[in-house]
Structures are given as structure tokens and as C-alpha cells.
Design a protein. Structure first.
Length: 243
């Protein structure tokens, strides 16, 4: 393994494997990245064609703001670079960027005016912190589309992409993973509740806002505990992630 950013690589590789455990993988078309330096802008990114479930720390590419990799034999894929490079550049807290087509969260993007409603405790983690891009423009074939997506995210940590999937960002790998995990749980609860064909019982705005603030306290500590638990599980069952 390259000597650079070993623990960062292991954290991110663990998140790939963790996402695979809860249906976060969509073939080889999803991508996660981690900014490892600000000047020049460089970030770790999975190579195109890698299953999340086979991710290893040493497989992650270190690429620059021009899309150049230290290992030219690996290809990042145009959409991955166009989206991640612009979000890293424009979002102040986007050190880690996770883009997936998770089934329940993506299902909400398929609904007319689909929104994550404040109807479960899990959803309240994200109250006031979700942006919605309701304009689908096809694949991110150029940097302009990546720039449009990044601007749609604004200062939020979650972006729902119409007909497409979700993007979650965080100041650390641990926080981004924690967001991703609970976002899919919240979406799953909502989709299942909607299947009962009865109105959702929403939490009043004042309680929703105060609960979101409660979740925000000690967020990195909670998130780190979550990621450490995942890594212990992988150390026992899939130790190759750390290679």
C-alpha cells in the first residue's frame, strides 16, 4: 500500500464495504471520495469498475483537480470526477463526499415533490439540512453539470437528485458515513409507512428543530464510534479491506 494517507484510505475502504452491506452499491456506478489536501486540491476516489464489497485501501486512487491519478492504469470515470471535484471545491465541509443510488432514498427522488418528511426520529437528524435538485439533466458528462449539482447542494450536507440518487457530505469520513447510513434508514421507514396508505404523522417544526440540534451535539464522537464498530466487524469478517 502507498504510504500516503493510510488510515484515511482504510476508513474510506471500510465505508465502501459498509455501504455494500445495506444496499448502497449500484453495480459499479457509485462513487465515494475523500479530500486529503487543500492546496492543491487532491482526493481519494474509487476506480471505475470496482464493487463496493471488494474495496481495499490500496485500490483507492489519489487524483488531483485535473483528474490526473498517480496510477494511470485506473480510471475514475467522467461522472465521478465531474461531480466530486466540484463538490470538494465549492462545499466548505465536503471533505468526504458519498454518492449512491440507495434503493429507499432513491425511491423518494422518483416521487412528485418527493421529500424526506419529519415523521421519524431518524429523519429528524436531517431536519433543515437537505437540499433537493428537482431538475434531472442526464449523466454528468461535463464539469458544468458537476458544478450545477454542487451549487444545488449549497451549504447542506444531503442532496436528493431527482430520478437519480443522493449525495451526502461531511467534514470527516465518519460523519459522512453516519449520515449515509441513517439517511437510508429514514427513507426506508418513510417508504414503508407510506405503503400503509395512511397519512404520515409529522413531528411539529419546533420539536423537529430542537431534536436536530440534539443530534448535532457530539456528532463526530458518535459518528466515530459508528465507524470504529464497522471497522471491528470488518477486521473480523473482511480484513482485506485494510490492505
Amino acid at each position: 500500500m502507498t504510504a500516503s494517507y493510510i488510515e484515511e484510505r482504510r476508513d474510506l475502504a471500510a465505508v465502501f464495504r459498509g455501504a455494500a452491506m445495506f444496499s448502497g452499491q449500484a453495480g459499479v456506478c457509485s462513487h465515494f471520495s475523500l479530500r486529503v489536501a487543500d492546496e492543491p486540491l487532491r482526493f481519494l476516489l474509487n476506480p471505475w469498475g470496482m464493487y463496493f464489497s471488494e474495496a481495499r485501501a490500496s485500490d483507492l486512487m489519489l487524483i488531483d483537480e485535473h483528474g490526473h491519478s498517480q496510477d494511470p492504469s485506473h480510471d475514475a470515470g467522467f461522472a465521478a470526477f465531474n461531480i466530486h471535484a466540484r463538490i470538494h471545491a465549492l462545499h466548505p465541509e465536503a471533505h468526504c463526499v458519498l454518492h449512491t443510488h440507495m434503493p429507499y432514498a432513491t425511491a423518494l427522488t422518483m416521487l412528485e415533490h418527493g421529500r424526506l418528511e419529519p415523521a421519524s426520529q431518524e429523519a429528524l437528524r436531517f431536519y433543515g439540512d437537505i437540499a433537493y435538485d428537482d431538475s434531472y439533466n442526464g449523466l454528468a458528462h461535463d464539469m458544468a453539470e458537476g458544478d450545477r449539482i454542487a451549487r444545488a447542494m449549497g451549504e447542506k450536507h444531503v442532496l436528493f437528485l431527482a430520478h437519480h440518487g443522493v449525495i451526502v457530505v461531511g467534514p470527516t469520513v465518519a460523519q459522512a458515513f453516519d449520515h449515509l447510513y441513517y439517511l437510508e434508514r429514514a427513507a426506508e421507514l418513510q417508504v414503508k409507512a407510506m405503503g400503509c396508505h395512511r397519512p404520515l404523522r409529522q413531528v411539529p417544526p419546533d420539536i423537529a428543530a430542537s431534536t436536530a440540534q440534539q443530534f448535532g451535539r457530539g456528532r463526530e464522537h458518535w459518528a466515530r464510534l459508528h465507524l470504529d464498530a464497522l471497522r471491528r466487524k470488518l477486521d473480523r469478517e473482511q480484513p482485506a479491506y485494510a490492505l
